[in-house]
Design a protein around this ligand. Structure first.
Ligand SMILES: Cc1cc2nc3c(=O)[nH]c(=O)nc-3n(C[C@H](O)[C@H](O)[C@H](O)COP(=O)(O)O)c2cc1C
Length: 201
């Protein structure tokens, strides 16, 4: 009896774990910059580490650079990565955009990647983590306008990292402790919205 209890108890625990993972929402952490020497992978990995500690969603870093998207509709461009980009975004229930400020806005790469898709973005939730000389605030506000058009519900809490105080020499991420709290507060808003919006898709 003890043997069977142990056996089935273990099986049930494993099954339960799998079901929990499947019912958790998927959150894509999207790196908005693609240039050589960019800081976005550091920021994205930091957000993922904090997020994974919560255990409340399946978090994946999604790097736009991996898809090598040409400008949308460009003649002669190799758009073979577009199908994989569509699939990667479609799988997600919500997003954290890692946004860097380029000339007071988001990068051309992120705008182009957003423009490529429509239904794959619609009725999902998002948070923004930005950086720049004033925390990337102007880029983040531009992104909010774009997300509105794509029917993405962006949450209020917005961690904004300063290139001067949250990075060493503007190059190595050394975020102030308050920024980690802010990431968690942002995710506290993204997860319930991502879960709720799943029911209307
Ligand atoms: C083309 C370009 C324009 C930039 N414009 C701004 C700007 O308007 N405001 C700002 O705070 N930082 C600006 N910066 C600084 C970037 O925010 C900073 O270099 C940041 O690290 C860029 O993100 P990345 O390293 O992920 O590419 C600009 C950087 C580049 C490359």
């Amino acid at each position: 009896m003890g043997f069977f209890n142990n056996l089935f108890g273990t099986q049930q625990a494993t099954q339960h774990e799998e079901e929990t993972t499947m019912t958790k929402v998927n959150i894509g952490i999207i790196l908005g910059s693609t240039r050589e020497g960019r800081l976005s992978p550091q920021v994205g990995n930091w957000v993922k580490e904090l997020a994974d500690k919560r255990g409340d969603a399946n978090y994946t870093v999604i790097d736009i650079a991996d898809y090598k998207l040409p400008m949308l509709g460009e003649n002669g461009g190799d758009a073979t990565g577009a199908a994989a980009w569509s699939e990667a975004v479609a799988k997600q229930d919500g997003f954290v955009f890692i946004v860097q400020e380029y000339n007071h806005s988001i990068t051309g790469a992120l705008k182009n990647a957003l423009d490529y898709l429509r239904a794959e973005w619609n009725n999902k939730a998002a948070g923004i983590v930005s950086y720049g000389s004033v925390g990337g605030a102007r880029a983040a506000e531009h992104l909010r306008g774009i997300l509105g058009e794509l029917s993405v519900a962006d949450v209020r809490v917005h961690p904004a990292l300063s290139l001067f105080t949250d990075f060493e020499n503007g190059a190595e991420l050394k975020a102030a402790p308050v920024q980690a709290d802010s990431v968690n507060q942002m995710l506290d808003q993204v997860i319930p919205w991502a879960t709720a919006l799943k029911t209307i898709r």
